[in-house]
Design a protein around this ligand. Structure first.
Ligand SMILES: Cc1cc2nc3c(=O)[nH]c(=O)nc-3n(C[C@H](O)[C@H](O)[C@H](O)COP(=O)(O)OP(=O)(O)OC[C@H]3O[C@@H](n4cnc5c(N)ncnc54)[C@H](O)[C@@H]3O)c2cc1C
Length: 201
């Protein structure tokens, strides 16, 4: 139970921002409620490693409750926030209404297609474990996809580099390796012929 004289802080989101805020604010005499629709924090910078089968999802995700376990004044709720009533200082989730004295919204950002939502099925975003697994599924199935994930220059480059240095995704025989300087396959070549021409012994 929360003592009513103790300020109530609600933090929406448990990414880098939400967790940092929770850890710092938990040092104060407050009651903190962290709300996230996922039960785990995702280390986003390594999502591309999951997308390219270099890491498993469990290696870049950890339960939020576990991360914040040492803070006795922090409560973690697995809930989706739907709306806010700023005048009455309430957070509306699917299941309940949370009262707060202080509110921190750290719900992250999403990818943009600059008005071209039709691009999304071909160039999926990379923000969650689910996104990474979907990209991994497509990469492993296609071996060398022509529809490359369009998630920003640095992330796209990370994925491309990671796959280039992962020859076993293209050929399970470890004696083979792909030359790292090669660009995408020419559209006119068949995938198999292109891969064969790029493989070195
Ligand atoms: C693939 C990739 C690679 C990156 N590489 C780097 C890098 O090398 N260096 C670097 O500095 N940065 C990098 N970034 C950026 C960095 O990871 C992000 O800026 C950072 O993780 C954002 O943190 P955040 O807390 O703002 O949001 P997020 O981590 O997105 O957290 C938002 C949280 O809010 C929750 N949430 C959202 N909406 C709701 C709702 N309605 N109800 C309940 N919960 C909700 C989500 O479930 C999520 O847990 C990378 C990002 C990506 C995607």
């Amino acid at each position: 139970m929360t003592n009513k004289s103790i300020p109530r802080v609600v933090i929406v989101g448990s990414g880098f921002a939400g967790l940092t805020a929770a850890r710092r604010i938990a040092r104060l005499p407050v009651h903190v409620t962290v709300v996230d629709r996922k039960n785990h924090h995702t280390f986003q910078p390594l999502l591309y490693q999951v997308a390219t089968a270099g890491l498993s999802p469990g290696e870049i995700a950890a339960p939020i409750r576990w991360i914040l376990r040492s803070h006795s004044n922090v409560q973690v709720l697995l809930e989706e926030v739907l709306d806010f009533n700023l005048e009455q200082k309430k957070v509306l989730t699917k299941e309940q209404v949370l009262d707060y004295d202080f509110l921190i919204i750290a719900s992250g950002a999403t990818h943009a297609y600059f008005g071209h939502e039709e691009w999304e099925p071909l160039a999926p975003g990379l923000k969650t474990i689910e996104d990474a697994l979907e990209i991994r599924r497509r990469v492993l199935l296609a071996c060398w996809p022509s529809n490359w994930p369009n998630v920003g220059t640095s992330v796209g480059t990370s994925i491309r580099t990671s796959i280039r240095i992962r020859p076993r995704m293209a050929n399970p025989d470890p004696r083979y390796s792909l030359r790292s300087s090669e660009a995408d396959p020419p559209a006119s070549n068949s995938r198999e012929r292109w891969l064969r021409s790029r493989v070195t012994h």
